[in-house]
Write a protein that binds this ligand. Structure first.
Ligand SMILES: Cc1cc2nc3c(=O)[nH]c(=O)nc-3n(C[C@H](O)[C@H](O)[C@H](O)COP(=O)(O)O)c2cc1C
Length: 216
């Protein structure tokens, strides 16, 4: 696929088919993503992928947590909305309004509920970093995450990056064999898009003039 097609066709898919992704293909996607740049080529990322029985166990934990109404307790604090700039807060409001408009009432519930089902994805990717970092590796990990989603799209596989996937790290750690000296930073669901209207939702972007200062 042309780069511009990969970039524009990648969007967050929130409902996946059960169809599994072959292990070799997952490894290939991770191999491509590892071409991402990092501070002094430090390559600080670690990647854990849950499929099959491990994923079944994770799903069961999520069902139980939702039944108990347990609040998320991620390794990286979420902070408050006011930690975002006023412009970002507005973009977040606009995003939720456009989701509401796209879905309408009953479908909005379905759209939001797919989170607790971990989007029915056949593979969940967990990105971790060694504890005690300066903050710079978060930049590297973000680059890695986007490279991974684009590499997946190039191979016909859809994705969604989601806080939802990492909100109960204490329960994930033993299942994924993540050592205590690593933080589980981010999760990305991978799979083939299900035939569901929610997957047609397309998010907007700010005009480039809003985000760019070009000095001559
Ligand atoms: C750090 C981060 C956390 C996110 N968490 C969630 C989430 O928990 N649930 C969800 O449905 N989408 C989540 N998203 C997806 C965003 O809503 C989505 O990327 C954004 O609206 C832009 O849309 P697009 O990915 O379709 O281009 C998250 C995205 C990022 C980058």
């Amino acid at each position: 696929m042309e780069f511009s097609d990969v970039m524009t066709r990648r969007h967050s898919v929130r409902n996946f088919k059960a169809e599994a992704i072959p292990g070799e293909l997952l490894a290939d996607i991770v191999r491509t993503a590892s071409r991402a740049p990092s501070w002094e080529n430090s390559q600080p990322w670690n990647v854990y992928i849950a499929t099959g029985e491990t994923l079944k166990k994770i799903r069961k934990i999520w069902r139980d947590k939702y039944a108990e109404k347990t609040k998320g307790s991620p390794d990286m604090p979420t902070g408050h909305r006011t930690n975002f700039s006023p412009r970002s807060q507005q973009s977040m409001k606009d995003f939720m309004a456009s989701v509401g408009e796209f879905c309408g009432d009953p479908e909005l519930k379905h759209f939001l509920e797919l989170n607790e089902f971990l989007f029915h994805a056949p593979a969940l990717v967990y990105l971790t970093l060694g504890k005690g970092h300066t903050g710079w590796p978060i930049y590297d990990l973000g680059a890695f995450g986007l490279a991974l989603m684009l590499a997946a799209k190039d191979r016909g596989i859809d994705s969604i990056p989601a806080y939802e996937i990492v909100k109960y790290p204490a329960e994930l750690r033993p299942l994924l064999s993540v050592p205590e000296d690593e933080e589980i930073i981010m999760g990305i669901a991978l799979g083939y898009a299900a035939d569901d209207r929610v997957n047609e939702f397309s998010s907007s972007r700010l005009p480039v003039e809003t985000i760019l200062t070009l000095k001559e």
